[in-house]
Write a protein that binds this ligand. Structure first.
Ligand code: NAP
Length: 314
């Protein structure tokens, strides 16, 4: 196995993403040692029992010797955590994050910077609807995109830091791309943030109708609703912060979405089958493009077996 990219890393926030980085860094030899910190006593206790690395009782001790510090907390907590961490970091170390909104993350990390460390915001386009340290797994980032939104610094030290962070994520199996933070936030607003908002909304509507329909919504959920419930089961704190910090891009997408939805509503009302056929056929071509790009499986029902063998499941 080749030398680790970083002799030592610190992970602040031992949830799904933090625990996955810890597991992947160990599994693929990307870091010599891993130290974790979480603000929650309960999460620290649970992380301790999971063999993720050394769990520190203080943020200061966790980051003190790290060559790279990964902030894996909700976007709304980045400002405070970065400000607490930076004074304890060693000169020349890298401060990065995994937050889903990059404009806000870049502002939070930059405001905390003191000129001694390298700030390189990032976002893994990988995740699940689960949270907490138990949810982390080593292969989460394999074949997934990891977007870095570096600053304008062109000094050799900064470029070497960006290169090291790129190699770290590549060692975890990710495909790394650099992008402007504002562009990232516009793209993610339509590919991730709006779909989550729609899922939260459709589940809320169905929840209200469930009482009227007396259990029939859950009973017949396999008709498409079930897939929305998976997305809508995502962490409420994380998603509250995403919508509060990527407000402009989400509102822009939502405006266009509402107009398109109104057009479909009108087509249904006036029996415009041609319009419905046109729109639904266009949607199929996007699905095909996603499969052709290797972003999803072409298997029927995502390869999910509707009749699992109870013996094989044991
Ligand atoms: P998570 O499983 O809920 O983990 C976040 C952890 O951070 C929790 O243990 C939380 O503790 C802890 N925390 C909160 N405030 C803190 C603070 N001030 N100091 C230290 N620890 C703190 O969430 P996650 O899914 O890993 O998400 C973490 C970040 O990754 C978010 O910024 C999110 O936008 C980003 N992200 C998530 C996904 C995804 O699919 N989940 C994908 C890509 C990126 P408590 O639970 O006690 O508050």
């Amino acid at each position: 196995m080749s030398d680790p990219v970083f002799p030592s890393i610190a992970i602040v926030g031992a949830g799904l993403i933090g625990a996955s980085i810890a597991r992947a860094a160990a599994e693929y030899g990307a870091a010599g040692s891993v130290i974790l910190y979480d603000a929650s006593d309960d999460v620290r206790d649970r992380a301790n029992g999971l063999d993720l690395g050394t769990v520190s009782d203080t943020l200061a001790l966790a980051v003190a010797n790290a060559d790279c510090v990964f902030l894996c907390v909700p976007v709304g907590a980045l400002s405070a955590v970065a400000a607490d961490a930076v004074p304890h970091m060693k000169t020349g170390a890298i401060l990065t994050d995994v937050g889903s909104v990059k404009g806000e993350a870049a502002a939070a990390l930059t405001a905390a910077g003191d000129g001694r460390i390298h700030i390189i915001p990032g976002h893994p386009i990988a995740g699940t609807e689960q949270s907490g340290p138990e949810a982390g797994f080593a292969t989460l980032f394999r074949d997934a995109w990891h977007i870095l939104t570096p600053g304008n610094d062109t000094s050799p030290d900064y470029l070497a830091a960006v290169d090291a962070l790129t190699r770290f994520w590549q060692a975890l199996g990710a495909k790394v791309e650099t992008m402007d933070a504002a562009r990232h936030d516009r793209v993610l607003a339509i590919t991730s943030h709006l779909p989550h908002l729609i899922a939260f909304n459709i589940v809320a509507t169905a929840f209200d109708m469930e009482t009227v329909e007396q259990g029939e919504v859950v009973k017949y959920s396999a008709g498409g609703f079930r897939d929305f419930t998976r997305i809508a089961a995502s962490d409420p704190v994380m998603w509250r912060d995403v919508f509060l910090t990527n407000k402009d891009a989400v509102l822009e997408c939502l405006g266009r979405f509402s107009e398109d939805l109104a057009a479909l509503q009108r087509a249904i009302r006036w029996g415009d089958g041609d319009m419905l056929m046109r729109e639904f056929s266009r949607a199929r071509t996007i699905r095909k493009a996603i499969i052709d790009a290797g972003q999803d499986s072409s298997e029927v029902n995502f390869g999910r077996n509707p009749h699992p063998d109870p013996e094989a499941e044991k």
